[in-house]
Design a protein around this ligand. Structure first.
Ligand code: PLP
Length: 393
C-alpha cells in the first residue's frame, strides 16, 4: 500500500490554531480582558423563520409513509432546482434544469470538481485567497501558479497573456480582500479563458453581499461565460446555512472542453454523492420564496451595517482598507508598515480585539489584516472604538 504523498506537500493550516494559541496565552495572563472576536468567518445570526418553518414541515413529512422521501434524484429536487432557475432569471440568466446541481455547500464541490480534470493541468490561483483552492490541488499533485492580488490592482488580478493556465480560480466577492470584479473585468477573464481553452472555477459564495451595480451576481451575465465558467454557489453566508449545509453548482452544457463536463459532473455526482437531505433542500427552497428572501436580506443588512460601522471607524483613524462594500470582509493595511502578526499582537494586547493576519491567506497578504462583519452591532462598534483609541484617534 502506498499513500498519496502529495498530502505531505499541503501546508499545515496553522493560521486559526496559532490565533487560538495566542489568544489563549493572552487571556491566561489577562483573565479580566474582554476580548472581541472580529476574525469570525462564520455567520452568527440564526436561520430565517421561514427556513426553520420549512425544515419542521419537511421533518414531519419524513415521519409519514405517504410523504416520506428516500434517495434524491440526479441533481436535486425539482422544487429547489426550479427555485434556483428563477433566481438566476432575476439576473437575466437562463439556465437549463440539468445545469444546476444541488450540493452540500461550495467547499466540497470546489474540491470535488477536480475529479473532472487531468493532473497535468496548470492551475492559476489568486494570492491571497481562500486556501481551499491551493490545498485541494496540491493534494492531487497539480502545479499551482499564482496571480498576485495587490494594492496596485485593487486586489483584483487581471489575466496575463504571457501566462498559460488551464484551470483558473476566481473568488468574487473575494475572501479575504472583499474585492469584487466588475462586469468589464470579468469579461476580460472570460475572453482569456476562451482564447486559452481554460476553465474558470468561479466561487460565488458571497454573491448576496454585492451592492455595486457594476458587479455581476453571476458570471453568466457575461456573454460567452457559459463556454468557460463553472459557478459555485452557497447558502452559507447568504442564508446562514454554514451548519445546515446546502449550495449549488452550475455546470453549463455549453462548456468547451475535449469532453462533456456537464455529463461528466452528473456521472461523478451520481457515483460519489447521494444528494442533500430532503429536509435541507426544503429549507433551501424557503430561502428563495419572497418572504424567505425578505428575511435573509434583513440578516445580510445587519452584517452590512457592521461593515459600515467598521469602515467609519477605520476612516476615523486613517487606516487604509479595502472591501466591505460588496462583501462581509474588510481588508486593511496594517498601520506603520507593521507585519500582519505584529499588528495582530498589538490589537490583541492593546485593544483586546482579535482579527485574522493577512499572510494566512497567501504571500501577498503580508502586511494586511482581515476583519469581518459577522459580530454583533455592539461588539463591532466597541471594536472600532478600541482600534481608534489604540491608534490615538
Ligand atoms: N468559498 C469561500 C470563498 C468561502 O469563504 C467559504 C467559507 O468561508 C466557502 C466557499 C465555503 O462555503 P460552504 O460553507 O458552502 O462550503
Amino acid at each position: 500500500m502506498k499513500i498519496n504523498k502529495n498530502y505531505q506537500n499541503v501546508k499545515k493550516s496553522y493560521l486559526f490554531t496559532e490565533i487560538a494559541h495566542r489568544v489563549a496565552d493572552y487571556t491566561k495572563s489577562h483573565p479580566e480582558a474582554k476580548i472581541i472576536k472580529m476574525g469570525i468567518g462564520d455567520v452568527t445570526l440564526p436561520l430565517a423563520p421561514k427556513v426553520v418553518e420549512a425544515m419542521h414541515r419537511a421533518a414531519d413529512e419524513m415521519g409519514v409513509r405517504e410523504t416520506f422521501h428516500g434517495y434524491v434524484d440526479d441533481n436535486g429536487y425539482a422544487f429547489l432546482i426550479n427555485a434556483i432557475k428563477d433566481y438566476y432569471k432575476g439576473f437575466g440568466v437562463d439556465l437549463d434544469y440539468y445545469e444546476i446541481f444541488i450540493s452540500d455547500g461550495a467547499k466540497s464541490d470546489l474540491g470535488n470538481i477536480l475529479d473532472l480534470f487531468s493532473e497535468d493541468n496548470t492551475v492559476l490561483v489568486p494570492d491571497p485567497v481562500y486556501p481551499v483552492y491551493v490545498d485541494t490541488n496540491v493534494m492531487a499533485g497539480r502545479r499551482v501558479i499564482y496571480a498576485a492580488a495587490t494594492e496596485d490592482n485593487g486586489f483584483l488580478p487581471m489575466p496575463d497573456p504571457a501566462v498559460k493556465a488551464d484551470i483558473i480560480y476566481l473568488c468574487t466577492p473575494n475572501n479575504p480582500t472583499g474585492a469584487a470584479y466588475t462586469r468589464d473585468q470579468l469579461k476580460k477573464w472570460v475572453e482569456y479563458a476562451k482564447a486559452n481553452g481554460a476553465v474558470i472555477l468561479l466561487d460565488s459564495a458571497y454573491e448576496a453581499f454585492i451592492t455595486d451595480p457594476d458587479v455581476p451576481h453571476s458570471a453568466y451575465e457575461i456573454e460567452g461565460a457559459k463556454e468557460c465558467v463553472i459557478e459555485f454557489c452557497s447558502l452559507s453566508k447568504t442564508a446562514g446555512f454554514t451548519g445546515t449545509r446546502c449550495g449549488y453548482t452550475v455546470v453549463p452544457k455549453a462548456l468547451k472542453a475535449d469532453g462533456d463536463l456537464n455529463a461528466m459532473w452528473m456521472r461523478r455526482q451520481t457515483t460519489k454523492f447521494n444528494g442533500v437531505a430532503y429536509v435541507i433542500q426544503r429549507a433551501a427552497e424557503a430561502v428563495f420564496t419572497p418572504e424567505g428572501q425578505k428575511q435573509i436580506r434583513e440578516n445580510i443588512a445587519y452584517y452590512q451595517e457592521n461593515a459600515k460601522i467598521l469602515m467609519a471607524g477605520l476612516d476615523r483613524c486613517g487606516i487604509k482598507y479595502f472591501g466591505g462594500k460588496n462583501s462581509p470582509y474588510i481588508w486593511l493595511k496594517c498601520p506603520d508598515n507593521m507585519g500582519s502578526w505584529e499588528f495582530f499582537d498589538k490589537l490583541l494586547s492593546e485593544a483586546n480585539v482579535v482579527g485574522t493576519p493577512g499572510e494566512g491567506f497567501g504571500e501577498n497578504g503580508k502586511g494586511y489584516f482581515r476583519l469581518t462583519s459577522f459580530s454583533t452591532h455592539e461588539n463591532t462598534r466597541e471594536a472600532a472604538e478600541r482600534i481608534c483609541k489604540m491608534l490615538g484617534k
